[in-house]
Ligand binder design. Structure first.
Ligand code: HT7
Ligand code: ZN
Length: 851
């Protein structure tokens, strides 16, 4: 397959003034009639042919300026059409075409496809070309008029409503948009409606469309939508710009959701929520993803990307905005810790391995493979650093200028940085390296103290990544505070701006050698390397005023203890257990924070930590050590666990708010530990009494962890057989909680279950993907899990290349492990690579992972 390069960008030869589409829907033979008003792009070389992308289309007829194109005029290929320049008028012209497509046969879930009898679309990144011939690139923007002809009861598209009648509906979107934001939905759907009045007094009709029976599960999403609309007005001054905003829930969806203009389409998992079927985590995801897609209306839709290399322009910024929103809605420190946990688990893992790439990549084979943690989450961290460097007021000025200057544009990262330069008078040339250099910088810190002067000596180094052997120093904002030995803060948070490969920063007039709290609030996406004593970590856990670093200190203690348990078979020492007990007993701390502080690092995190320290990780040894440490924690805390468990049982009906969810999280932590002492008695009781999914699933998880719960597994299935999303949880829990030597066998048995609908991405991920949540089981030395995953990826690839390619990342860390495991994983990857007619998506991913 051919790579596409950023350096090859050229402006489109033709622009589009208006698009009119007619859809005559039919499951296997939908007709799409298009009328597209083209005009030569004054910014491009004149006299060029017209290039239209198109895939899997049956061309019925086409005409230019009213003249039919007879066979043989266009250069036709599997990827599109080229109309020679001599067949095009000099000025503007009309392109007309009729094509036939097969939505029912579209299992890839890209373009127009069917899910449970309903028609829906997914056009980002390059799915519109599977609907009709078009210049399917984000820098071609146009208003769209759409007419849908079908006997389905609900017919939806982007923009505002037009005429509607028996068997048809028309929609008109006045805002110029790229084709990737086009959407169409048709089906037997029920709407839950509401209204929102914008700050300038415009009325917006809100609708969430779901399958009959799901109407009762939309309240939270609707509430989150209204809060998002209000927040974007209050915080960014952004108002909604159409008379209608619709959301549709779809069961078959490759990703989380899609921000199509005025018609967001969601994986039903991120819309539907009711106390009995959704966990606290689900509610939090619904809130965050509803906000994310809504915020795209300005950061993505009104201002879009010039080309797909600029993906982080919309995704990094929109993730940053949704994180700010959730932080305002919930507890800011808890949100920050959760975001950093996710960043380290997904993005650091990516940056450390064969798939490392810059936030703005410079080449790709399949763009769908670049919707990554680096583009999204590191992209958001880069914006967080920018904000920290220019300050809140500078950031607000820059964003105002961005919206003013680029509204209606398809913009670039250069445009984005220029806005900050102009608004804040800073030179951001060096900062721009965050967009072009891959890899996680490491900060090596040493210090000295003399005559009241405390100096931090910091070296930055970014390891080589594929295609980038050497890195230049980056601008790193390092937030630091200093504490006195008595625990008082003597220097409040100060942002050190590191720009050189090596730099020293001095604090003067200190009475005693301070204890530093470095990288507060995780002020940069870097790895801090500093030798610290157990006592100092315990001191920071007890006294740091920065909640992130307070948590980080406890985390580091846990990692030290676990690492010594794995490598030296050491027993967990009292320092860590005593520190944990103080946290568990501290009623002044937010329960959600306490739950996070009591949560041990994941097995995958420990594997990376050991690997970084030069130790080849043994997943079974890590699993055993983690289990042993949990038991030691349970025994050490045995006197307080029952009380803690009871104290966190908040009376009254279930509410999904952050405070209540935090109590349930701490209660669940207590239950997980208690179960190791009472053989699951409390968990079994909680399972029986639970009136919400958080507690029901939590109890089942606690039982499975100690090897019990088989009866409850059966009961759970019988209770929830009718609910797809809950049954996804049932599948995932069994795979992720299976004993390591039984994980592959458990997953395999589940693939034979009558409800294992493997073509549904959520269900596929809930069994095959869930093996990644069972690190010791996935890496069982027999290689059985590797084989099972490879078998299923080979089977899924021709059906759904996008989901297959994403799931190959289960193997991305293969080089971390011992020679035997490496051989087994490499064999599995090579077997996938050798599959005849493997998709471009999976070929690219497997090739990069193998290196
Ligand atoms: N912008 C959306 C990305 C997306 C997507 C990309 C590729 C293939 C399928 C997809 N579905 C959604 C989602 C978002 O970031 O908001
Ligand atoms: Zn997004």
């Amino acid at each position: 397959p051919q790579a596409v390069f950023l350096s090859d960008y050229t402006p489109p030869a033709y622009l589009v003034d208006r698009v009119s589409l007619v859809f005559r829907l039919d499951p296997a033979a939908t007709r799409v009639l298009s009328r597209i008003e083209f005009r030569p792009n004054p910014a491009a070389a004149p006299g060029q042919p017209l290039r239209l992308d198109g895939e899997k289309l049956r061309l019925i007829r086409a005409a230019v300026a009213g003249t039919a194109l007879e066979d043989g005029v266009c250069a036709h290929s599997e990827t599109g059409l080229t109309i020679p320049a001599d067949r095009l008028p000099d000025g503007p012209f009309l392109w007309e075409a009729e094509v036939e497509i097969d939505p029912a046969g579209n299992t890839a879930l890209e373009g127009l496809y069917m899910s449970n009898g309903m028609y829906c679309t997914q056009c980002e990144a390059e799915g519109f070309r599977k609907i009709t011939y078009y210049p399917d690139r984000p820098d071609v923007m146009a208003p769209f008029d759409v007419r849908i002809e079908s006997d389905q009861p609900v017919l939806l598209s982007n923009g505002n409503r037009g005429a509607a009648g028996d068997g048809f509906a028309e929609w008109s979107d006045p805002w110029p948009k790229p084709a990737y934001l086009f959407a169409l939905v048709a089906g037997d759907l029920r709407a839950v409606k509401d209204r929102f009045t914008t700050k300038s007094g415009r009325e917006v009709e809100l609708g969430i469309y779901v399958r009959p029976g799901d109407e009762g599960k939309c309240d939270y999403a609707l509430d989150a939508l209204k809060r998002s609309m209000k927040w974007d007005e209050d915080v960014y001054g952004r108002e909604y710009d159409l008379a209608i905003f619709n959301i549709v829930a779809v069961d078959d969806f490759n990703m989380g959701a899609m921000e199509n203009k005025g018609l967001n389409i969601f994986n039903s998992k991120y819309v539907l929520a009711s106390p009995d079927t959704a966990t606290d985590g689900d509610y939090e995801n619904v809130e965050g993803i509803i906000a994310h897609e809504y915020f795209h209306n300005w950061t993505g839709n009104r201002i879009t990307c010039r080309d797909w290399f600029q993906l982080c322009l919309k995704e990094g910024l929109t993730v940053f905005r949704d994180q700010q929103f959730s932080s305002d809605m919930r507890s800011a420190p808890v949100k920050r810790i959760g975001d950093v946990l996710a960043l380290r688990a997904r993005q650091f893992r990516e940056d450390n391995g064969p798939l490392a790439h810059p936030v703005r990549p410079s080449s790709y084979i399949e763009i769908n493979n670049f919707y990554t943690a680096t583009v999204y989450e590191k992209g958001a961290e880069v914006i967080g650093m920018l904000k920290r460097l220019v300050g809140d007021a500078g950031y607000a000025r820059a964003l105002d200028l961005y919206f003013r200057r680029h509204d209606g544009d398809a913009a670039t990262i250069e445009d984005w940085l220029k806005v900050f330069e102009d608004a804040t008078d800073r030179d951001l040339t060096q900062f721009g390296r965050w967009y072009t250099q891959a890899g996680t910088p490491r900060l090596h810190v040493t210090e000295d103290f003399k005559d009241g002067c405390y100096t931090l000596h910091i070296k930055q180094e970014t390891p080589p990544t594929p295609g980038q052997p050497a890195k230049a120093p980056q601008v790193i904002p390092i937030a630091v505070g200093l504490l006195n030995p008595n625990g008082d803060e003597v220097v409040p948070t100060t942002v050190l701006e590191m720009t050189e490969a090596e730099q020293s920063f001095t604090f003067e007039n200190l009475a005693a050698r301070p204890v530093p709290s470095i990288l507060r609030d995780f002020s940069a996406p870097v790895i801090l390397e500093r030798t610290t004593s157990t006592e100092e970590r315990a001191f920071l856990l007890a006294h740091d005023t920065d909640p992130f670093n307070k948590w980080e200190a406890g985390r580091a203690l846990a990692k030290d203890v676990l690492a010594r348990m794995v490598t030296d078979n050491a027993a967990p020492g009292p320092a860590y257990l005593d520190a944990l007990e103080r946290v568990a007993r501290d009623d002044g701390l937010d329960p959600a924070f306490r739950a996070l502080a009591l949560r041990l690092p994941s097995e995958d995190d420990m594997a990376q930590t050991l690997f970084d320290a030069g130790v080849t990780p043994d997943p079974l040894a890590i699993h055993a050590a983690r289990e042993k440490l949990m038991l030691a924690m349970a025994e050490h805390l045995s006197a307080i666990l029952p009380d803690l468990y009871e104290a966190m049982n908040i009376p009254g009906p279930y509410a999904p708010d952050a405070r209540a969810a935090g109590c349930r999280a701490l209660r669940q932590t207590a239950l997980g530990l208690l179960s190791r002492l009472d053989h699951g008695k409390a968990a079994a009781k909680q399972y029986r009494d639970a009136d919400n999914m958080t507690e029901q699933l939590g109890a089942l998880g606690a039982l499975l962890t100690i090897g019990a719960g088989q009866e409850e597994v059966g009961r759970f299935y019988r209770q929830w057989e009718h609910d797809r999303l809950v049954i996804d949880k049932w599948f995932a829990l069994q795979t992720s909680h299976a004993a390591p030597h039984r994980a592959a066998e458990t997953a395999q048995a589940l693939t034979r279950h009558k409800d294992f609908d493997w073509k549904n991405p959520n269900r596929f991920r809930s069994v095959i993907g869930a093996l990644a949540m069972n690190a010791a089981g996935f890496h069982d030395p027999s290689g059985a899990s590797y084989e099972l995953v490879a078998d299923w990826l080979i089977r899924l690839d021709p059906v759904n290349p996008q989901t297959t390619a994403r799931m190959t990342t289960m193997f991305e860390t293969w080089r971390r492990y011992d020679a035997d495991r490496q051989d087994l994983m490499r064999d599995a990857l090579r077997r996938i690579a050798r599959t005849p007619e493997l998709s471009r998506d999976t070929t690219e991913m497997v090739g990069r992972i193998l290196g």
